[in-house]
Design a protein around this ligand. Structure first.
Ligand SMILES: [Fe+2]
Length: 336
């Protein structure tokens, strides 16, 4: 029985050696600066969240995930466990409260409550579409300004390279109610225990649909030479135009600013998002994505063979439905 059920993911906290360089990357990526001091950079998107990424100055590192609790009572329940700290007041924009822990890989886990959304006049809205014979846009021309930065509406999910992904799932399930969606398990030779390559997991919001995955673990022994840490952080874009506009902008800036296309554009199998992954100058992978699947808690975990290609024993396979093949460097230790 989970101690609480987290209601959302809030923001990642990374660490990197130069906040000016990180700020410039995140601006090109689609974010806006909230504040920058000698040791902390806070960035927001175009949605109501006060901020969607924090970066501390220091050696490259993935400091923490942050989840939202549904009530102050939930925060108190967590803080009374051995895993979590006593509750502190947040000093970041929007205020609120936090309790902190470390997951089995030593990555920080913060659970927050009471951060007030920022006041904005109007939420970003995509143009109505004229697709599939359904005409929703008449006498309105679809126009974007050339070279515009892509619009991010919210933080999406965490990708973590983990030393023991089953143990990680168990920990996040016990403390935050996280449940498995897809378990990546290539077939094992007869008599050998199955090897889990990755797990996509989601919030348990009962009958309320939620993202196919809010957290994703890859097996660090397979991808990052047994070094746990960041796999990627993912941000939800307004729509497909913003994914491709972001791709174009980052491609144009790549050489001058040392950005690297990791993998994209394509459409995933697990989660079905249209995705595009970029490495910052510090090699930390940031994803643009849109149009992902939403599931309620009635869908049981699926076993997925990541290597299968049309094997009828496996209902799904990976990693992309169309678009670029997965890069050989995806999740490697450079990005942790
Ligand atoms: Fe992702």
């Amino acid at each position: 029985m989970a101690i609480i059920k987290a209601t959302n993911v809030a923001y990642p906290t990374l660490q990197c050696p130069d906040l000016d360089i990180q700020e410039q990357f995140l601006i090109h990526f689609g974010m806006h600066t909230v504040s920058k001091t000698d040791d902390t950079l806070i960035m927001r998107g175009d949605g109501p969240q006060q901020f969607i990424e924090i970066c501390k100055k220091g050696e490259k590192k993935f400091i923490s995930t942050t989840f939202n609790a549904g009530s102050m009572g939930d925060l108190e329940r967590l803080s009374q466990t051995n895993s979590f700290s006593s509750i502190e007041e947040l000093t970041t924009p929007g205020g609120g409260y936090v309790t902190k822990a470390q997951d089995p890989d030593g990555i920080g886990v913060e659970v927050v409550f009471g951060i007030k959304d920022r006041e904005i006049d109007k939420l970003p809205e995509p143009f109505p579409t004229n697709e599939g014979g359904q005409i929703n846009r008449v006498n309105q021309l679809k126009r974007f300004n050339k070279g515009d930065t892509p619009r991010i509406i919210r933080f999406g999910h965490y990708g973590i390279n983990s030393l023991d992904i089953e143990k990680s799932l168990e920990w996040y399930n016990e403390h935050l109610g996280i449940i498995a969606t897809d378990i990546l398990q290539p077939p094992s030779p007869p008599g050998e225990a199955p090897l889990t390559a990755g797990i996509f997991a989601r919030l348990d919001k009962g009958s309320t649909p939620t993202d196919h995955h809010s957290i994703f673990w890859l097996n660090a022994h397979l991808v990052s030479e047994s070094i746990p840490g960041l796999n990627h952080v993912s941000f939800e874009m307004l729509n497909i135009d913003d994914v491709f506009m972001g791709h174009e902008l980052l491609k144009r800036k790549a050489k001058e600013y040392d950005y690297e296309l990791e993998w994209g554009v394509g459409r995933h199998y697990q989660g079905s998002q249209i995705f595009d992954y970029w490495r910052s100058p510090f090699k930390q992978v940031h994803e643009h994505q849109t149009d992902g699947d939403y599931l309620d808690n009635t869908i049981p975990p699926q076993i997925v063979n990541p290597m299968s290609d049309g094997d009828p024993d496996y209902p799904e396979f990976g990693p992309s439905q169309w678009g670029a093949a997965i890069s050989e460097t995806f999740g490697n230790k450079e990005g942790t």
